[in-house]
Design a protein around this ligand. Structure first.
Ligand code: TRP
Ligand code: ZN
Length: 877
């Protein structure tokens, strides 16, 4: 394991390597404890580099078995091999030579799940970001592009299926016990995109014909018996391939594309060239075991990894500081795909809720960093919501600024100019500037400056002149190591609503560039004057959440209700009702008095009943801000118990006022058709299930939820009912009965048991900690499986405000103990888990002190991984 050496990597220190590995020939002789890896590397000295410059290769925990150059063993005095590096000097005078390196590794004992490991007895690899160096010594950096030929030898009985990147070349038998397969990937790629999978797997197959008429063989590999569960993923893959051709002109380039589902996986999935490896949670689905949210995630992640083929693989990152070059852009692309496949406004609202729940707290806390960071200690800790989600928002803003046509021209130029290269954010931005002829110099600050901008807007209508005037101020709060902030170029899509609720015509505007329905803020303080507006308008600002900012406006309650009823921008209709709910919940939780405005309740009931809105949208309107949302808006000195009480009171007030109306809609949404995971059917279920939460609250009885639980013919309705039962009636007999029935039915299905863990881990209140601690001893739980850890412990820590932030600090202690235990074998997941501490300073004083102590207790453990040490040190500040 890599412990902390104090080393910091800096963007400005980037230097090309002296040597390049242009072709990589790998031979794997697979064995659980002693796999032999023979790497034949075609090494090339760069022009201008002195012939006596040594080759320095990366390693991580490696043992060198043998080393030769051009077929001749290298004498001991010419190389130095340590577990993390191999340095060779006295190299041939010629600029090119062949290096042969043999290492021996043990996949079965690799519990970090980086490099070559075994999951359920199958061999698989994970090399991003720096896992390849756990397999062999290499220039394990993304700017070394190499073609690969891979030969895998394995026991037929142990691994009948042998897969790697690229196209299959040959396969055959070695003797009665062993066989082999050879794969060749003609597209030069960095080592982080290497993959190998070998095991006894079932599969489904299909084909896809690309726009130019080439046929691609598609395969999805899963555990035997799970083949039928992969059909939705296959369908999503084909839709992704077609969409990328149509929307971005990106055609697939190999003759095969394979996906493998594994059950032990540190993240969601990995885009290895031609051989994507997935967390099985994002592949396997059927109505019995998967919820609508699971189907939507599968579709989005299949698309995301597939889209990386062009944004990430054909064009990759020069160094890891450029991670958002591939991730932000690819998230933007998968968001657009889902918006096209489903409902655009519903998708956008979900994106913004997610951004606010995950990225805003990051940007406002001790772990804040720019979309393109300038320094890191451990790159694994920069696969963050800021790099991914804010990175996507930045690309979306480029689209907003340039418009669809020029945006596409910029993407076309990017693909054409940089195909086969490892590039930077500057290269990416230059393509949009050149294709559009517009300067993005100021805009680029979004990549470099951390923190969520605050924009404050006050407005006035001058009846005598007909001028509508906005005073706009923007500022960015200080973030770690960055106290001085500059104003950003913030594109705000907007509209002015007239008294009839329709958008008014806008004539001349002064004080800012305003074009195509977008106000371009560029200064710290600006006055924007709309001339000739016939009557006082209601301003709809930041439509579609065009910029990822915190917007404060001087809208009245009446203005917000008006927007919620009339805005032509569906995103902002939701934003208006959401803002009203947030305001009401903050007031209630700080005052302890729960008399909610009947006009708010009335507006929510209207939106729920409005049949001109799609059910999924109505469900979102009814989804109250979460406890974490409210805590974040309160900002400091948060008392989570008061927040929970206020939220439950508002739910009860709405449910009671609308009991009959909600009951009717609940019944009307019942689906008599056989289950279908399509967006429209899922939307109906989501509306019905949010209504169930209100109805059960209003009834003061779990009855309706029990009934739904028992009648459910799909996991969406079953899990929703179980969640309402457990969260509203944790102690009730009906809940205990349902939990046991669920457990008994699904105890052999780990992915479904994750839902059972999640539902219990999120039961509000102090008592849940003991429940969660008890569940760590459940036979379905395991500290070595990341999905189990995330479901039970991760969800408790980041999704249970009153449980994790228990006043006595026991929740913090529990998390600290789990992080310490996990760090011994899986630092990456341990570090991710420890980020749940990041908002500790926003709690009231007593809790703060307890959280600080728990963090300090992790920090004191000897030999902490670099991953955990980095997060804990930054969080303590
Ligand atoms: N590149 C992957 C994606 O976002 C994610 C990833 C990065 C990853 N590092 C990983 C996945 C480590 C698993 C393990 O598409
Ligand atoms: Zn990605």
């Amino acid at each position: 394991m890599r412990t902390d050496s104090g080393q910091v990597f800096r963007l400005e220190d980037y230097k090309p390597s002296d040597y390049l590995i242009t072709h990589t020939d790998l031979l794997f002789r697979l064995d659980p404890t002693a796999t032999l890896v023979t790497a034949k590397l075609s090494v090339k000295r760069r022009d201008g580099v002195a012939a006596n410059a040594p080759v320095v290769l990366d390693g991580d925990g490696l043992v060198l078995e043998s080393l030769s150059i051009n077929g001749m063993p290298v004498s001991d005095d010419r190389y130095k091999a340590t577990p993390d590096s191999l340095e060779i000097s006295g190299l041939p005078q010629e600029a090119s030579f062949e290096l042969e390196i043999v290492t021996r590794i043990s996949p079965v004992t690799n519990k970090a799940l980086m490099g070559l490991y075994q999951s359920s007895g199958n061999y698989c690899t994970q090399c991003e970001a720096e896992g390849f160096r756990r397999i062999t010594y290499f220039l394990d950096r993304p700017d070394n592009l190499s073609t690969f030929t891979v030969r895998i030898e394995a026991k037929k009985s142990e691994a009948p299926v042998l897969l790697s990147n690229g196209n299959p070349v040959e396969q055959g038998s070695l003797d009665s016990e062993w066989h082999y397969a050879v794969w060749h990937d003609p597209f030069p790629k960095p080592s982080y995109l290497f993959a190998l999978v070998a095991g006894d797997l079932g599969s489904i197959h299909d084909t896809f014909t690309t726009s130019s008429g080439r046929e691609v063989a598609l395969g999805i590999y899963v555990e035997h018996g799970k083949e039928p569960l992969a059909t939705y993923a296959m369908d999503a893959l084909k839709r992704s391939m077609r969409w990328d051709e149509e929307r971005f002109g990106c055609e697939y380039d190999l003759s095969v594309f394979n996906i493998v589902a594994v059950s032990d996986f540190n993240m969601g999935a990995m885009e290895n060239k031609g051989l994507n490896v997935f967390n099985d949670k994002y592949v396997l689905a059927d109505p019995e075991t998967a919820t609508d949210a699971d189907y939507a995630n599968i579709e989005a992640i299949i698309a995301h990894e597939y889209f990386h083929n062009w944004t990430g693989n054909r064009i990759t990152c020069r160094d890891w500081f450029q991670l958002c070059l591939k991730e932000g852009l690819t998230v933007y692309r998968d968001h657009e795909f889902s918006a096209d496949q489903r409902s655009r406004p519903v998708k956008r609202i979900a994106e913004v809720r997610n951004l606010r729940a995950l990225q805003f707290p990051e940007d406002q806390g001790p772990l804040a960093h720019p979309v393109r960071p300038r320094r890191y200690k451990e790159i694994n800790n920069f696969y963050t919501s800021t790099v991914y989600e804010k990175g996507s928002e930045v690309v979306r803003m480029i689209h907003t600024i340039l418009g669809a046509e020029q945006f596409r021209a910029g993407m076309d130029l990017y693909f054409q100019r940089h195909d086969g290269q490892a590039v930077t954010i500057e290269d990416f931005i230059a393509c949009f500037q050149e294709a559009s002829g517009r300067a993005l110099t100021h805009f680029a600050l979004w990549y470099h400056q951390a923190g969520t901008p605050r924009v404050n807007v006050t407005s006035s209508y001058e009846a005598d002149t007909g001028d509508f005037v906005l005073n706009v101020e923007q500022s960015v709060p200080p973030t770690p190591a960055e106290s001085m902030k500059k104003p950003l170029h913030i594109p705000l899509a907007y509209g002015l609503l007239g008294p009839n609720g329709e958008d008014m015509e806008v004539g001349s505007v002064e004080g800012a560039t305003v074009a195509d329905g977008v106000i371009h803020l560029t200064e710290g303080s600006q006055t924007v004057r709309f001339r000739g507006i016939g009557s006082r308008p209601v301003l709809s600002l930041n439509r579609g959440f065009s910029s990822p900012i915190v917007l404060k406006q001087d809208l009245t309650k009446e203005d917000r209700l008006f927007l919620a009823r009339h805005d032509s921008d569906l995103y902002n209709r939701w934003e208006a009702i959401n803002a009203l709910c947030v305001e009401a919940l903050i007031a209630a939780s700080t005052s302890g008095s729960y008399d909610f405005d009947p006009a708010l309740v009335q507006c929510l009931v209207e939106m729920a009943s409005n049949e001109s809105l799609e059910p999924a949208y109505r469900a979102l309107a009814l989804s109250l801000p979460t406890e974490a949302d409210i805590a974040r808006e309160i900002g400091s000195n948060v008392n989570p118990d008061a927040v929970l009480a206020a939220r439950s009171a508002l739910r009860l007030a709405i449910g009671s006022a609308a009991r009959d109306a909600f009951g009717r809609i609940y019944d009307a949404q019942a689906d008599r058709q056989p289950f279908s995971p399509d967006a429209a059917s899922a939307g109906k279920r989501s509306l019905r299930n949010i209504l169930l939460d209100y109805l059960v609250a209003a009834d003061g009885s779990p009855e309706l939820a029990s009934r739904q639980f028992e009648a459910a013919d799909n996991m969406t309705d079953r899990a929703a009912a179980l969640s309402v039962l457990a969260h509203q009636y944790p102690q009730h007999e009906a809940t205990q009965k349902a939990l046991s029935a669920f457990e008994e039915r699904f105890c052999d299905n780990a992915l479904v048991m994750d839902k059972w863990f999640i539902i219990q881990a999120t039961i509000p209140g102090a008592a849940t900690l003991d429940l969660v601690r008890g569940l760590t001893a459940h036979p379905a739980f395991s500290l070595t499986n990341p999905n189990r850890v995330r479901s039970l412990v991760g969800t408790f820590a980041s999704g249970n405000q009153t449980g994790f932030h228990r006043a006595d600090g026991a929740g913090y202690r529990f998390l600290a103990d789990t992080v310490i235990a996990l760090d011994k074998h899986n630092p990456q997941v341990a570090a991710r888990l420890s980020t749940a501490f990041r908002s500790w300073r926003s709690m009231e004083a007593g809790r703060q002190e307890k959280a600080r102590k728990a963090l300090a207790s992790i920090n004191e453990v000897p030999n902490l991984s670099r991953d955990v040490k980095d997060i804990v040190e930054r969080t303590l500040g």
